[in-house]
Each structure stands twice: as C-alpha cells, then as structure tokens.
Design a protein. Structure first.
Length: 295
C-alpha cells in the first residue's frame, strides 16, 4: 500500500504501475521540503498504465506540516479499480494516526470483497460502516485509543458509465477542476459550515473561527454515522482533488484553481506546489492531497 506517512529519512517514494498497482520502491533523492524538515516529509507519486481499460492517472502527496509532531493523515488507492481515499485522524497521542490508517485499510478491504465492480451505493455504505465499526471497537478495547476518530473522503470511478461516486464524512474535501473551473464537490460536516449555510458566519469568518475544527460527522464517533454519497459525471480532462483540511485551511480555493490551471498537466508538480503553498502559509496541520485525472 502507499500510505503517506513520514519516515525516518527524507526521500521520494514512487509507485510505478505494472499491473495497475505496481511495486513500491524507495528512491533516496533530494527532498522537496527544506533541509530543516527533511526527516518529516514523504511524497508518494503513483503511476498507472494509460490504456483503454483504465482511463485515469493519479498521484498523492502528504506532509507533516510545520506545527504538528506527527502525521495523522492516511491515504491509499486501488488504481485498477479506480478507488481513491484519504482519512484525517483525530485523538490523543498517536490515536489519530491509528484511526486514519485503520479506516483506510478497512474501507478498501471491504470494497475488495464487493461483488459489484465497480462497487454500488450499498457496497460503498458497507465499506464505510466496516471502517466505522472497526475504529469504534478498537477504541473500546484500548483505553489509550478512546475518543479517536477520523474523517474520510473517497472517489470511486466507473469508466464504463462515465460516473464517479463520492463518499465522505467530516471536513476532508473533494474538488473537481473542469475547463478552468474549480468546484467543491463535497460540503464539510462541521460546526462552522452549518453556520455558514445558515447565514450566521461568512466564509472568511469561518476560516478564522476557533471552532473551525469541530466536525459533526466522523468515523469512530459514538453516535451512529452515515456517509454522504453522491454521484457525479466524469469527463476526459477532469482533475479531482481529494485533500485533508490541512490544505484548505491555509490555501484558498482561488489559489487551488490557479495551481491546477498552471500545473495541472503535471500532476506530481501540482501536488508539490499545493503542499508548498500550505507550508508557506504556516503549515498549521498535516497536509495531504491526491490528484486524479480522467484520461
């Protein structure tokens, strides 16, 4: 798997596709982060075959940021099946990292067993609940993990029907960049987002609110949680951006659009630029972004 986690040494991991997933190789090359942060950064650049059966390519980048001591974001993908997922964990000590990694693994494992290819809404919902139950059960068994949880955002592509399924809970997001237009495809499940929708806060006020990290839906929460699932049409040239809030907290939508407009032809370069913008704005949280282009 290609988990975006910090390593002991700096470097770049390339995920090269042979049968779609390929093999993971560590390339100790010059890091993308400045020397002071070298031991805390990792970039994963997945590739896949450009063929008529699977019509997409993807890459992902994660960075610990400049404030946090650990990386609680996790991500993975199934290139052949067109499944892409990011989770942003929360909880004391290392619990957030445990929750996000566990949710990614459980979500994908359940989809691997799905009878329908690509998975339908029922299979997606089962995968979400599997992740939710596993995180809750782990927290119940281990006192050090109590209260842990995680967001989830996932994109599942159906090339045959030119459709995509979006599933999410929490404030990790998915955007679509199409014909120079950037559109946010998910709505945050957060306290400040509800206030924005009701007109009590402006978007600018929400970005500054001390309650901006309070989410209203998450995997592992004590209350029963349902994912928000939506279908979207996909077209050649579309670029989908999945990201944790460490990116969108520090980078405006206008800047996201500008980067995808300028660097969108090179996904790895665009990923790098997105993270660098968040770091330049303070890097207040872990930063993870994944770009998926429909070919």
């Amino acid at each position: 798997m290609a988990h975006g986690k910090p390593t002991d040494r700096s470097g770049i991991c390339r995920y090269e596709g042979s049968s779609g997933m390929g093999q993971l190789r560590q390339w100790m090359e010059s890091p993308l982060a400045e020397p002071a942060r070298r031991e805390r950064s990792i970039v994963v650049l997945p590739k896949m075959r450009h063929d008529t059966e699977h019509r997409w390519e993807a890459c992902a980048t994660t960075d610990i940021g400049l404030v946090r001591q650990g990386n609680e974001d996790s991500f993975d993908m199934r290139l052949e099946q067109g499944i892409f997922v990011i989770c942003d964990g929360m909880g004391g000590a290392a619990a957030g990292e445990v929750a996000s990694k566990m949710a990614v693994e459980s979500f994908l494992a359940e989809l691997d067993e799905a009878l329908s290819v690509p998975p339908d809404d029922a299979a997606i919902r089962r995968a979400f609940h599997s992740a939710h139950d596993r995180v809750r059960q782990a927290a119940a068994k281990d006192p050090s993990l109590r209260g842990m949880g995680t967001t989830l955002v996932a994109l599942l592509l159906d090339a045959e029907n030119n459709l995509g399924h979006l599933v999410h809970a929490g404030d990790s997001r998915c955007y679509r960049f199409r014909e120079s237009h950037l559109e946010q495809m998910t709505h945050d499940h957060s306290f400040v987002e509800e206030q924005v929708r009701s007109g009590q806060l402006t978007v600018a006020e929400a970005r500054r609110s001390p309650l901006r990290n309070v989410i209203t839906r998450a995997i592992g929460s004590a209350e029963p949680t349902e994912p928000e699932i939506a279908r979207v049409d996909i077209s050649p040239g579309d670029i989908y951006l999945l990201c944790s809030d460490g990116l969108t907290r520090d980078v405006t939508d206008d800047t996201l659009r500008e980067i995808l407009q300028e660097d969108g032809k090179n996904l790895s370069q665009a990923c790098t630029e997105l993270v660098q913008k968040a770091l330049a704005a303070g890097g207040h949280d872990n930063i993870t972004c994944m770009l998926v282009r429909v070919l």
